[in-house]
Design a protein around this ligand. Structure first.
Ligand code: SF4
Ligand code: SF4
Length: 156
């Protein structure tokens, strides 16, 4: 199972850093070796993903986890990942758990963690491990997607 850093921080004495997340397109977040790594998605995302799969002639597998949550079971490369362009073929429609990466949201507890499977995270691990990181500053876009995900979870 992939390891992660807990990003819990108090609002005081946040670490000031020029660090800003930048995707290296290493593809590690689109390749899955064990089921537990597969993305958790919500019901309307299941519908969207199935519709994209039909359009592209793909078959997807989901496991109902209850409370409106589903595990999208992926083995190996995500079927929407293009190994020729190294890009996500449904970028505009990809689920929120892909948008927030390398942040990981525990959808049951609301805790935010940082995946240590991401090349950018590995490269900046020393700074990221110091703690009390201003997560909103370093992961501006990803945090904005987490806020949208929170709202959706509260309305399910
Ligand atoms: S939907 Fe796109 S970003 Fe998400 S795992 Fe698949 S290829 Fe990667
Ligand atoms: S693992 Fe990190 S650096 Fe690699 S493609 Fe995913 S987000 Fe980008």
């Amino acid at each position: 199972m992939r390891s992660s850093l807990n990003l819990h921080a108090s609002n005081n004495n946040l670490l000031t850093t020029n660090l800003r997340f930048e995707c290296y397109r290493c593809s590690h977040c689109c390749y899955f070796t064990v089921i537990e790594e597969s993305p958790i998605v919500i019901e309307d995302e299941v519908i969207n993903l199935k519709s994209e799969a039909v359009r592209l002639g793909l078959e997807l597998k989901f496991v109902d986890l209850g409370n409106g949550l589903f595990r999208w079971v992926i083995e190996g490369y995500c079927p929407f990942y293009s190994t020729t362009s190294n890009l996500c073929s449904i970028h505009e429609k990809k689920p929120l758990s892909c948008r927030i990466y390398p942040l990981l949201l525990n959808m049951r507890t609301g805790d935010i963690h940082l995946s240590t499977a991401c090349d950018w995270v590995i490269q900046n691990l020393n700074t990221l491990s110091k703690g009390n990181l201003d997560v909103e500053e370093v992961f501006k876009n990803e945090v904005s997607w987490i806020k949208i995900l929170y709202k959706k979870l509260l309305s399910t």
